[in-house]
Design a protein around this ligand. Structure first.
Ligand code: C2O
Ligand code: CU
Length: 465
């Protein structure tokens, strides 16, 4: 049992530098390779496979308007496919599950970087092995900036911190517990909470504002997090949610709890002013969704507040408005209805699975440019499913049927590419199916569910003239 809470510092993944830069394009190379990491202090190192041998991978820091080509070289012993989650990549570069790169080979992925500033992440998407590959390390941040974001005077640089949450299991010798070796087909909730790879880390901060970019990179664990000052246990401290999966919200939304499920990104600004010399701890609710609780799953990480402020940049009042978000035009009808269900021990979407085959799995054919309302229903009883639709940014219109019978205020203030269907919930999402045509996936982002076939495809149809 891991007992060292808040004893080790938070690692920050290094920034990836281009191998070569051209006028308007940066070219990068990433080696996917094994690495042995010391996770448990007194046990043996454990094998991971990471981008450039790091877990999480190095962080891409890109500017809107500069295109990127990334060569992913596979030095691992199994096939992979890379998805840049949050990018409207053309289909051949979107990490299609069967478009795998074999060991010893590479693939060059083209990323347009033409959307507004946002927190993206890149992760494995290989057919049947996404969970194992992402769990053993193939996940990293890809942060896109733009001029509008910079003009909003938010905390930047060392005050803008990516935080990748994960929940893992280890064997008693310190090695990573493998979902595949153990034949796991349901969920890996994990009793060890890690942030940027480190179990329950601490971070030394200054008594000022910080921007935190949360990503839940867990295979199966969702979080409902809150901040607590050690001197005021039991009181949830306020903060502002400023960004979602698809970049800045329309305006800062005050909150005391942050719900985040797998693959979601939420950005917040937390102000440590007045906490000089104290600790503020990031906690997690007990009994979140359908997840198993363990002794330490109510803890995430700790902030240790110093007394000195080195820079006042981005420490002013938050702007009243952040961005004008381009919501899709209003529409009252429902175009498609999808049930995420468990039937005969199988995870399915409307009764089909990925394995139903190349034709049967294509269960949506929107015309390119069409605005459609999709109703996503969790009809699997006690389970929860974060649903991700590739290519598009959607607006959450409505949530009903479950414990959270509402669209959360910060969900309503921007667009998303993942929505959490907690127990019993049905949500309606609206999006314009654009800008490209082609075959794209949509699926549950509990990666065990995804690998066990809770994945379907849409064929965005070219407009005929
Ligand atoms: Cu984050 Cu289809 O994936
Ligand atoms: Cu699921």
């Amino acid at each position: 049992v891991y007992k060292d809470f808040y004893q080790y510092p938070l690692p920050i993944p290094p920034i990836k530098t281009p191998y070569k830069s051209y006028d308007n394009l940066d070219y990068y190379e990433i080696d996917i390779k094994p690495v042995d990491l010391q996770i448990y202090p007194n046990l043996k190192k454990t094998r991971h496979v990471g981008y450039d041998g790091m877990v999480p991978g190095p962080t891409f820091m890109v500017e809107r308007g500069r295109e990127a080509v990334v060569r992913f070289v596979n030095h691992a012993d199994r096939a992979n496919s890379v998805h840049l989650h949050g990018s409207y990549s053309r289909a051949p570069f979107d990490g299609w599950a069967e478009d795998t790169t074999e060991p010893g080979q590479y693939k060059d992925y083209y990323y347009p970087n033409a959307q507004n500033a946002r927190t993206l992440w890149y992760h494995d998407h290989a057919i049947d092995h996404t969970a194992e590959n992402a769990y053993s390390g193939q996940a990293g941040f890809y942060i896109m900036h733009d001029a509008q974001e910079r003009a909003s005077n938010l905390p930047m640089g060392q005050y803008d911190v990516p935080l990748a949450l994960a929940a893992k299991r280890y064997n008693s010798d310190g090695s990573l517990w493998s979902p595949e070796a153990n034949g796991e087909t349901v969920s890996v909730f994990g009793d060890v909470i890690q942030v940027n790879g480190q179990p329950w880390p601490y971070m030394a901060v200054e008594p000022r504002k910080y921007r935190f970019r949360f990503l839940d990179s867990s295979i199966s664990r969702s979080f409902q997090m809150y901040f607590e000052a050690d001197k005021k246990a039991g009181t949830r401290l306020g903060f502002n949610v400023i960004g979602s999966d698809t970049g800045l919200l329309t305006k800062p939304i005050p909150a005391t709890q942050l719900d985040i499920s797998m693959a979601e990104r939420w950005e917040i600004v937390f102000d440590f002013t007045g906490y000089e010399g104290q600790n503020v701890t990031l906690r997690n609710n007990r009994k979140v969704g359908a997840d198993d609780d363990y002794a330490g799953t109510d803890k995430v990480m700790r902030f240790v507040i110093g007394s000195k402020i080195t820079s006042q940049d981005g420490n002013g009042p938050l702007p009243a408005t952040l961005r004008s978000v381009k919501y899709p035009p209003k529409k009252d009808t429902v175009d498609r209805h999808f049930k995420f269900e468990r039937s005969n021990g199988q995870w399915q979407v409307n009764g089909i699975s990925w394995a139903s085959g190349p034709e049967a799995r294509v269960i949506a054919k929107p015309e390119r440019g069409a605005v459609e309302v999709w109703e996503l229903e969790n009809s699997s009883g006690g389970w929860t499913h974060p649903i991700h639709i590739h290519l598009i940014d959607f607006q959450i219109l409505n949530r009903s049927g479950g414990e959270r019978n509402t669209v959360l205020p910060y969900e309503a203030a921007g667009l998303k590419d993942v929505v959490w269907l907690n127990r019993g919930e049905t949500v309606k999402v609206i999006a314009r199916y654009a800008p490209w045509d082609g075959l794209y996936m949509f699926h549950c982002h509990n990666l065990i569910h995804e690998d066990h076939e809770m994945m379907a495809a849409m064929d965005v149809k070219a407009i005929k003239d």
